[in-house]
Design a protein. Structure first.
Lengths: 305, 180
């Protein structure tokens, strides 16, 4: 009896685990760099590629919905068993039913009540404060998270408003020019990508490293915000939703120059304020240098809900 | 060859900066096709890739259309191989992108083919090369033709004399592109 019960339990957990990827599949539903997918019907081909979990996601869940496939195993081995008594079979069925209800309830809880916090705790954590202080002694982890989240929001707002000077100030040279060309396409389509009401859900400083002339900081950020595209003529929403927030998780890479000393133009010797790429105001020479303030270098979407 | 081995030979190589460059040049390549501004990426790609981009642009123009790679996003970039010969370093990259692939009529702006509502995933195999004896880029970039200041991230073409900045003498350029 016990052996049979354990065997049935094992089958239920196995089916539950097999069903888990389907339970966690996200419905794909725009942002700077076009990380948000606005497709309303969420075709399976787009939702399954590129925006899914990293490989660690399956470890965060343990139970799944199960289907009743255990009756066959009862019948197969129970020819002699039924001959003795039917009450044991009823007890097994009740236990199985209870387990199914428990498994379904557990999945619903994971999906709707405690979905993100448990997954974030499993996957990401802050670096040690000492590691940060060794490279950026003037910042604490919490302080830097605030600063970088605000920069992220400012970048999205600059994107919405086609504010090229602001984007220039907040992004690396490469990223700025990429955003610039993307915004030109938006203008060509006579559209505007609206992003607003940003709310921080979670942020983790996951890495800090030293490059030749700069320090790179990596942050995993989860935020909710409204993200949709409107026609610039009549303001009608053409993609996405202005009533439902998206919930995106990003891996962001920021960079800051190691030293904020004065830099001189290599052509004429004039002093230059350090911005990623600038022109000497005296001779017009284009200078490529690291910024004395944090600039966004890369933004990759990890997950969209 | 491994990344560490490449780093030992080319000490200016940084993997994350390289991946970042791959992303930016790829996005700018497809945008230059959309915006009919191929001169903006000519310095960063080889002849084969430039020819491919011209073909995409010209095919669309023949139909009085604009080729769109709308809401372009790069979801993953992975180095798949590194090699070296006497003249060149070579890095192969698998890049996964998503975009809405459609053609838009130049006059009316209407979609004439493709899907404007759903992004599709398209994987690219990209080959990047850099000369083994590449020069180190200085802080101030100047046109090789006339010496005027040049911002190669905006366009590789000098606004004064029209000379293309020869990025292949300094850095990685995209020399092959294949859709897989």
């Amino acid at each position: 009896m016990k052996k049979r019960f354990l065997k049935i339990l094992k089958y239920i957990w196995l089916i539950g685990i097999l069903c888990l990827p389907f339970a966690y599949s996200t419905h794909m539903k725009a942002d700077s760099g076009w990380d948000t997918d606005y497709s309303s019907s969420g075709s399976s081909s787009s939702s399954s590629s590129g925006s899914g979990w990293s490989s660690g996601s399956s470890s965060s869940g343990s139970s799944g919905s199960s289907s009743s496939s255990s009756h066959d195993s009862d019948r197969d081995s129970s020819h002699s068993y039924r001959g003795s008594s039917s009450s044991d079979g009823d007890e097994v069925a009740i236990c199985v039913l209870f387990l199914i209800i428990f498994a379904v309830a557990y999945i619903l809880m994971k999906l709707f009540i405690y979905p993100a916090s448990s997954q974030n705790k499993v996957l990401y954590e802050d670096i040690d404060e000492e590691k940060l202080k060794a490279l950026l002694p003037e910042y604490s982890i919490e302080q830097l998270k605030d600063i970088l989240f605000n920069k992220f929001v400012n970048i999205q707002e600059a994107w919405t408003n086609f504010d090229y000077p602001k984007l220039r100030e907040l992004c690396s040279d490469d990223l700025y020019h990429t955003y610039q060309s993307q915004l030109e396409v938006l203008k060509m389509k006579e559209s505007q990508n609206m992003m607003h009401h940003f709310k921080l859900v979670s942020a983790y400083l996951t890495d800090v490293s030293c490059e030749q002339d700069s320090v790179d900081v990596e942050m995993v950020l989860r935020t909710t915000f409204y993200d949709y595209i409107v026609d610039i003529h009549d303001g009608s929403v053409t993609r996405g939703s202005d009533t439902e927030k998206v919930d995106n998780q990003y891996r962001l890479q920021f960079r800051i120059a190691k030293k904020s000393e004065e830099i001189k133009c290599p052509n004429c010797g004039a002093k230059i304020t350090a911005v990623s790429s600038t022109e000497c105001e005296y001779c017009g020479t284009t200078i490529v240098i690291e910024s004395s303030d944090f600039v966004l270098v890369n933004k990759n979407k990890i997950r969209q809900r | 060859m491994t990344i560490e081995e490449l780093n030992n030979i080319d000490q200016t190589f940084d993997e994350s900066q390289f991946i970042s460059k791959v992303y930016h040049i790829f996005v700018q390549l497809l945008h230059s096709i959309m915006l009919d501004q191929l001169q903006n990426v000519k310095h960063a790609v080889g002849d084969e890739v430039y020819g491919w981009a011209e073909d995409q642009l010209n095919q669309a123009k023949e139909d009085h259309c604009r080729q769109m790679y709308d809401e372009l996003n790069v979801s993953d970039t992975k180095i798949t191989g590194i090699d070296m010969n006497d003249e060149l370093f070579t890095i192969d990259v698998l890049l996964k992108s998503k975009y809405m692939d459609y053609k838009m009529d130049l006059n009316s702006g209407k979609v004439v083919s493709g899907n404007q509502n759903h992004r599709i995933q398209v994987n690219y195999l990209l080959r990047w090369t850099k000369k083994v004896d590449a020069h180190v880029q200085k802080m101030a970039r100047k046109c090789p033709g006339c010496g005027a200041p040049i911002n190669i991230n905006v366009s590789g073409q000098c606004q004064y004399c029209g000379t293309i900045y020869n990025l292949e003498d300094y850095d990685w350029i995209l020399t092959r592109l294949e859709i897989c």
